[in-house]
Ligand binder design. Structure first.
Ligand SMILES: NC(=O)c1ccc[n+]([C@@H]2O[C@H](COP(=O)([O-])OP(=O)(O)OC[C@H]3O[C@@H](n4cnc5c(N)ncnc54)[C@H](OP(=O)(O)O)[C@@H]3O)[C@@H](O)[C@H]2O)c1
Length: 253
């Protein structure tokens, strides 16, 4: 299938590499920054553009993987193409595309992607949305990439994305805060990596509520007071500590 990738960031990069690896033809990569477009285009033997007026109109699929707030503006430049135009966003409505292009869909991979870390799509859930005739094409493509293909409407996809922010983005930020605390005391992040790995492993076979540990669930008030005092020079972290401890207490009341 001839595919144009719009975007050269985390998702665009990993999707383009994986699509190329399963034998799809990436004909063009767009980014407003030509250097970024070129960097990705070179990896997948595509041409690079930084101006949407030069879009290849002969592709069968256009994957818009730019930041959510720019999807609409990019789609507006694709109103003349006959191929299917999809976005990869969890919280963006399909209508942002279908109001502007001839054929619209969603191809949302539920995973955390970084440009610098290559991933296998084999077990990544891919959530699809489109009219029935276009779902056929998306099902086929998603099925080649992944064993976990879902058809979800926009409301369900938004719920999934919200849950993903709690399951992935927030914990990762908490790792960053843990690292900040460690660094302040000349301790290396390496020392907590086994803890992070075991916490994630446990919820692969348990529900998180059943394996919660720590001072908040034990009701160890003195320990929590000591921690809050240790954070007295970091009021933002103190607030996060208090909010999360209260949430644990309420959940396990
Ligand atoms: N990252 C994830 O883990 C993840 C997972 C699932 C879905 N998604 C969704 O995938 C999409 C891309 O996310 P990402 O994390 O890959 O983003 P990203 O790494 O920040 O890349 C964003 C891309 O958008 C381009 N861009 C920024 N502003 C633009 C504008 N005004 N007009 C046109 N293009 C513009 C950037 O161009 P430059 O090349 O110039 O920087 C870059 O190529 C989003 O819809 C996001 O919700 C992300």
């Amino acid at each position: 299938m001839r595919i144009v990738i719009l975007g050269s960031g985390n998702v665009a990069t990993q999707l383009a590499l994986s699509l190329k690896a399963i034998g799809e033809e990436i004909v063009q990569v767009y980014s407003p920054n030509l250097t970024n477009a070129n960097n990705l285009a070179e990896k997948v033997a595509a041409s690079a553009i930084s101006n949407l007026a030069a879009i290849n109109t002969k592709a069968e699929l256009y994957i818009i993987s730019v930041k959510d707030d720019a999807i609409s503006a990019v789609a507006a430049e694709l109103n003349h193409v006959n191929g299917l135009v999809v976005h990869t966003s969890g919280t963006t409505d399909l209508s942002i595309l279908s109001d502007q292009v001839k054929r619209a869909g969603v191809f949302y991979p539920l995973q955390t992607f970084s440009k610098s870390r290559n991933v296998s799509f084999r077990h990544i859930p891919i959530c699809l949305e489109a009219e029935e005739q276009d779902l056929i094409l998306l099902r086929e493509l998603a099925g080649k990439l992944s064993s976990k293909v879902y058809e979800l409407d926009g409301e369900k996809r938004k719920v999934l994305h919200l849950a993903a922010v709690f399951a992935c983005n927030f914990p990762n930020h908490l790792y960053a805060l843990a690292n900040q605390i460690l660094q302040q005391h000349n301790l290396d992040f390496d020392i907590v990596r086994p803890l992070i790995a075991e916490t994630a492993d446990k919820v692969m076979v348990n529900l998180p509520d059943n394996v919660q540990t720590g001072p908040a669930i034990r009701g160890d008030e003195r320990t929590m007071d000591k921690h809050l005092k240790m954070l007295s020079n970091l009021p933002e972290l103190q607030e996060i500590y208090q909010t999360l401890s209260n949430s644990i207490k309420i959940t396990h009341k």
